[in-house]
Design a protein around this ligand. Sequence first.
Ligand code: PLP
Length: 336
Amino acid sequence: MAILKANAYGHGLPEIARYLDQHKLPYFGVANVHEASLLQTTGVQTPLYLLGPTFPDEREEVVVRGWTACLSTLEEIRHFASLAQKHQKPVLAHLALDTGMGRGGFLPEQLSDALNLLANTPEIQLAGLGSHLPAADEDPEFTRKQFNQFDQLAQSLQTHKLHTNKLFFHLSNSAGLLDYHSDTTNLVRPGLMLYGISPIADWQSSLQPVMTLKSRVSLIRTLPKGHGISYGRSRILAKETPVATIGLGYGDGIPRNLNQEKAHVVIQGQKLPLLGRVTMDQIMVDVSSLPSCQPGDEVEVFGSNILASELATWANTIAWEVFTSITPRVDRIISP
Ligand SMILES: *Cc1c(COP(=O)(O)O)cnc(C)c1O
């Protein structure tokens, strides 16, 4: 299941979806009905899976469009069943299990109630059992326990009478699929690693970043010693400095709280330090070490030279947030 929520992690939903559609995956995972509708307009054929719950007034659309829902409550099962009856159309659904995430799903001890109800609800075609990992990149011991518990619950399903012959069992996000083993799962749900960033540093060398966030140098000016740079004048030049102005800022999704000691961009393959605060539309960098720098030069903010995960550390955040913060005014361009 390719995870395409949040505009394909900021990469551009239609472009990523059309590309992945050629690979005939079992599912595209989206956050909610709104994202499913957007994705449907791109004309992709891959079945759509809703990772989150649905409001009662959204469920009719789920049934009519044939999207796959994940179920967390008996109330959802009953409501979907009645809508399936109304439309004379089976509902495709997975059971969500809460093995530690605390966000959705049946608790393990509620699973048999859900299965018993489903056994008497032929309108719902159970197609899978899924759970989610809250700490696969932080707590291996807890995560291994979750895997064991999930495997046991998945195996216990075989004793239940279900209106289906093939079930998907899925637990892993990127970190789960990189670092853990399961005896039962036959589906994984990678998000971040699909876009070439590993949540676990050791695996980064196996991946290649998909997106490069680029801008261009708009001005180069030599400013005197003692001159301030940007809002708040947090940076005062210690010596005369050639300063490049670059045409993007927090209005494009660059975190405003970048660490001033560590943050840099790459121009002509060279790392150049950020000067002063990020403004809405522009940033400034010190180009003393790159005399050949010209207005018009391409600037990498993140990509292969600066990983989105590295930029994230300069702003006390995570690569997922860096990606999903890129605003609509940034053009998504597919390189040939
Ligand atoms: C977002 C999400 C994923 C993908 O997680 P990554 O860490 O980006 O791989 C997988 N499963 C669920 C339920 C999610 O919400």
